[in-house]
Design a protein around this ligand. Structure first.
Ligand code: URA
Ligand code: CA
Length: 435
């Protein structure tokens, strides 16, 4: 059968077999199919969907296109954590040392910024000399040394995803459920941790805008994980506004340190504790005891101490005074009074990219002192002249007035009081680990 026939079959809503899916994925990884055929198949999948079987086959084939680290067979106790993408999401930086201090080793394969989201690797590289390794032996050594290892996804991991993601980005096929599942889970299974906790974002700033859609994604991700023998829980958390107050690199590291020191943003703490608790339950701990242990490791300073150890294991200097600071801070204030109805995380994320926390073109250096601070939250009452947020200006030249104007429009004010939205929307019992 030619690949044109496979495209036609998916276009007509038929089910692809494993060999057709394998040809598609090989075509992406090895360049044996032209981009127009790959793009047509992506669109057919987006319009027609895939069965759970097809989605599992797609994930497996994408996984097989690259290296596999098979962590579960080497360090069966290690846990991986992943979020489906948000802004102000500093959770990984807090969760890794916290769980490690609670006796649960954490291994992650993180990425750089993608679109308007700041990436964990970029944030950690705000720490002088910090490096996320790209080799399995490095990861194992760091894990054994401090119980928290964060590697960087190399080009040898799920290479099909690189090609397909770039094509999805320019063909309006990013939101497809099976394509998101294949993309995320092929990379998770490449690291191959035996336990995985997922933070599925839901809301205006996420791929999935409604609870129903987020539950569908959570269930699909967890289904693929379970098929692969991975113990997995998926929480659904709100992304109606940025999670934490900081969008950037050094400023997010500082925020993580604040939470590890017992202060910081309560939303970050809440989501970190919820995910860490799920991880411990999957590792066999009693739920209530797990929560008490996590809170104790924060209160007694051991999670904070573990951070320093983790930074040193990655070659970094943990002295927080070495983190880049903004060269200037520009406050953005409300022009009218009202209740905050919406805070556009995506728009703020793009402003953070522009000002220096992300790359506007491949290889552009970051300004680690730069970022965005969110001060007004959904449900808050603001008066004219009250601060909505701050622009943290770094070493990258920026048109501060234009960015301030854009930032102001990211905050929608209304005349009626608004309730602060809930943060933890899940789990639906089907997506939770102990269901
Ligand atoms: N994150 C990914 O890596 N891939 C997707 O498709 C969506 C989120
Ligand atoms: Ca560095």
């Amino acid at each position: 059968m030619s690949f044109v026939e496979s495209i036609a079959r998916k276009r007509d809503g038929l089910t692809l077999d494993r060999e057709e899916i394998a040809e598609f994925v090989r075509g992406a990884a090895e360049g044996t199919l032209p981009p127009e055929q790959l793009a047509a198949m992506l669109m057919a999948i987006t319009c027609r969907g895939m069965t759970p079987r097809e989605t599992a086959d797609l994930t497996q084939e994408m996984l097989l296109s690259g290296d596999r680290w098979e962590l579960a067979s080497l360090r069966p106790e290690a846990v991986d954590k992943h979020s489906t993408g948000g802004v102000g999401d500093t959770v990984s930086l807090i969760l890794a040392p916290l769980l490690a201090a609670a006796g649960v080793p954490v291994a992650m394969m993180a990425g750089r910024g993608l679109g308007h989201s700041q990436g964990t690797v970029d944030k950690l590289e705000a720490i002088p000399e910090f490096e996320c390794g790209t080799e399995r032996d490095w990861l194992l050594a760091a894990l054994d040394w401090c119980g928290a290892a964060i590697s960087r996804q190399s080009e040898r991991i799920a290479p099909a995803d690189r090609t397909l993601y770039a094509l999805r980005d320019v063909t309006a096929t990013v939101p497809s459920l099976p394509l998101i599942v294949g993309s995320i889970m092929s990379k998770k299974l490449a690291l191959g941790a035996g336990t995985l906790v997922l933070d599925v974002k839901c809301g205006a700033g996420a791929f999935r805008k409604t609870l129903e859609d987020a539950v569908e994604l959570a269930v699909a991700l967890r289904g693929v994980a379970r098929d692969a023998g991975v113990a997995c829980a998926a929480l659904i958390t709100a992304m109606e506004e940025p999670l934490g107050p900081m969008l950037g690199t050094a400023c997010e590291v500082r925020e993580a340190l604040a939470v590890l020191e017992g202060g910081g943003d309560h939303r970050l703490l809440e989501v970190t504790l919820a995910l860490s608790e799920e991880a411990m339950v999957l590792r066999g701990h009693d739920r209530a005891a797990a929560r008490r242990t996590l809170e104790a490791r924060l209160a007694d300073g051991s999670a904070r101490e573990r951070w320093d150890l983790m930074v040193r294991a990655h070659g970094g200097d943990p002295d927080p005074s070495l983190l880049a600071r903004p060269e200037a801070v520009h406050e953005v204030t409300a022009e009218t009074a009202g209740w905050v109805r919406a805070v556009d995380g995506e728009a703020l994320g793009w402003i953070a990219v522009e000002i220096g926390a992300g790359r506007r073109r491949r290889g552009e250096p970051l300004a680690h002192g730069a970022g965005v601070e969110v001060l007004a939250r959904i449900g808050d009452r603001v008066e004219r002249g009250d601060p909505l947020g701050r622009l943290l200006v770094g070493t990258r030249p920026a048109d501060v007035d234009a960015l301030a104007a854009r930032m102001r429009t990211a905050f929608a004010l209304g005349d009626e009081p608004v309730a602060a939205p809930p943060l933890l929307l899940g789990p639906p019992e089907a997506a939770r680990g102990d269901a």
